[in-house]
Design a binder for this molecule. Structure first.
Ligand code: C5P
Length: 216
């Protein structure tokens, strides 16, 4: 059977990697896994049971119980869960348990798009295409505010910016699998690029990789 085709997308919160991942998965008929939801599911379980987020053994148990097929995006997308997720994501045993599930998902034919922080560096280092989608923290904060306002909510731009910068620092500074571009990743800075332009650039990179693979 042909080796599954894997697209790895990494980058900081709010850079547009989720939208990019969804569009690429739809376009190329690949499965999609937002790995951030797996860390959010662990955080959500810990918060629901009132457990401290630095309780490593409880967090590991919660990670083992994560079922990729039943993660509720609506619940898990809440802002406070993102921050809690980045705390449990620093626990190596949590990462080991979740990475195992993510790799299992990735290798199911015909292949998959995975987005997260360590896909190109740790989860799928042999991915066919690696993208690192980024944008300045100011642009990401403004986009997040626009999303909240579009849903009828209100928020403070400076507060969102501070939250984004705190989460970036935690994700980039942790010892186990810090957020960074893989050495062979294509960088896509969406600060001054709309999603359509970024998607077309990514689509071309994927098509080139597919054409190269079909010659092997
Ligand atoms: O992408 P999202 O905002 O849903 O991710 C929530 C948190 O989960 C991130 O801030 C990060 O700490 C963690 N995460 C991770 N590795 C991944 C995906 C997410 O550490 N592959």
């Amino acid at each position: 059977m042909a080796r599954p085709f894997i697209i790895a997308i990494d980058g900081p919160a709010g850079a547009g990697k989720g939208t990019m991942a969804r569009r690429l998965a739809d376009h190329f008929h690949l499965s999609l896994l937002d790995t951030g939801l797996t860390y959010r599911a662990v955080a959500h379980r810990m918060l629901s049971y009132g457990l401290p987020l630095d309780n490593a053994s409880a967090a590991e148990t919660a990670a083992r119980q994560v079922d990729l097929g039943s993660m509720d995006r609506e619940t898990l997308s809440q802002h406070f869960i993102g921050d809690a997720a980045s705390q449990v994501a620093a626990i190596p045993a949590v990462r080991r348990a979740l990475v195992e599930k993510q790799r299992e998902f990735a290798k199911t034919p015909p292949g998959a798009v995975l987005d997260g922080r360590d896909i190109g560096t740790v989860v799928c280092p042999d991915a066919d295409v690696k993208l690192y989608v980024t944008a300045s923290s100011e642009v990401r904060a403004r986009r997040r505010l626009a999303e909240i306002e579009a849903r009828g909510g209100t928020a403070d731009l400076q507060q969102i910016l501070a939250d984004i910068e705190r989460r970036d620092a935690r994700d980039m500074g942790r010892e186990d699998s810090p957020l960074k571009p893989a050495s062979d990743a294509h960088l896509l800075d969406t600060s001054e690029m709309d999603i359509e332009t970024a998607f077309q650039a990514a689509r071309m990179l994927v098509e080139t990789a597919m054409a190269t693979r079909s010659k092997d």
